[in-house]
Unconditional design. Structure first.
Length: 158
């Protein structure tokens, strides 16, 4: 026994009275929005308008918007620097590595000269990204107060 049925919109009279969008998506319910009373808002808008007018009277509207200033750095990119040994050995950078005192594996940091690759201002101060020429190691961010400006490279490259 095979049963086949065909339905049309007119088959059920109760569905034909519903709007089309409710029939297509039965889970969607009409949205209800909460609206605040406008009486307190009127008082606030009057206060803010009077404040805005006093501010606009104090500053002429013809002044251009202020552009953020570029930070002034103590060094330039490409500059040759040395690291002050005493400042480095007592710094957080050295202590965070976890080497024993006066570890010989990091002597290149304060014995050789490095090049300033980038300079940034972080929350803790001005830092420079230093890369050492001829040393196969990654560049390091060091505070600029422990760097000594150097004129040129004095050592021979291998």
């Amino acid at each position: 026994m095979a049963f086949s049925a065909t339905f049309s919109q007119n088959s059920f009279s109760c569905l034909s009275q519903l709007p089309h969008n409710l029939r297509r998506n039965p889970l969607r319910l009409p949205s209800i929005r909460a609206v605040k009373s406008t009486e307190p808002e009127k008082e606030k808008t009057v206060e803010t308008k009077s404040e805005e007018s006093s501010v606009s009277n104090a500053q002429p509207s013809t002044t251009p918007p202020k552009t953020p200033r570029k930070p002034v750095y103590s060094m330039k990119k490409g500059q040759i620097v040395r690291v002050d040994k005493e400042k480095y050995l007592s710094s957080v950078n050295y202590l965070s590595v976890g080497h024993p005192p006066y570890y010989k594996g990091l002597d290149y940091i304060y014995e050789d000269r490095g090049e300033v690759l980038d300079i940034r201002n972080f929350e803790t101060g001005e830092y420079a990204l230093i890369g050492w020429v001829g040393i196969p190691t990654a560049p390091a961010w060091l505070p600029t107060d422990m760097l000594i400006k150097s004129d040129k490279l004095n050592y021979e490259r291998m």
